[in-house]
Design a protein around this ligand. Structure first.
Ligand code: ZN
Length: 138
């Protein structure tokens, strides 16, 4: 495993997300009133304030919308430099996660990535992004 992490802190708002990750699904909230997708989880829609929502599954493929390369400070369990990316799906949904197995100099806006559920420690599974390489499906 690439590193060791603290287990996510579960709340009433994010329990569905982490339960989905444990089941191999990437779930976000979709507002029942206006249809807006949102992440991170929140009790009300930021667009219309409705408290009603439904969990919606995202496909594993997305693209890099933005990113940063972290050199310092280095939290426990990380090795610098590492890439933190804001990923975007065609629907407009966005999620922040680590971009793995890539030289920071090779990261680009629009880069195709896929989410993999990785058990980084026993009982701790995280949705991490990996570059989609043209020869990966061969
Ligand atoms: Zn809404």
């Amino acid at each position: 495993m690439p590193f060791s992490r603290r287990a996510p802190e579960l709340t009433l708002d994010n329990e569905f997300f982490w339960s989905g990750v444990s089941d191999g699904q990437l779930l976000i909230q979709r507002c029942d009133a206006c249809g807006a997708e949102r992440h991170p989880p929140s009790p009300r829609c930021p667009a219309c304030l409705s408290p009603k929502w439904t969990a919606q599954s995202l496909e594993p493929r997305a693209e890099v919308y933005s990113y940063t390369v972290v050199h310092h400070p280095v939290p426990t369990g990380f090795t610098a430099p590492y890439v933190v990316a804001l990923l975007q799906w065609p629907s407009g949904a966005r999620i922040v996660t680590d971009l793995m197995d890539v030289d920071p100099a090779d990261v680009a806006i629009g880069m195709p990535v896929e989410i993999r559920m990785v058990e980084v420690d026993p009982g701790v599974t995280l949705p991490l992004a990996y570059p989609v390489r043209e020869d990966a499906d061969a």
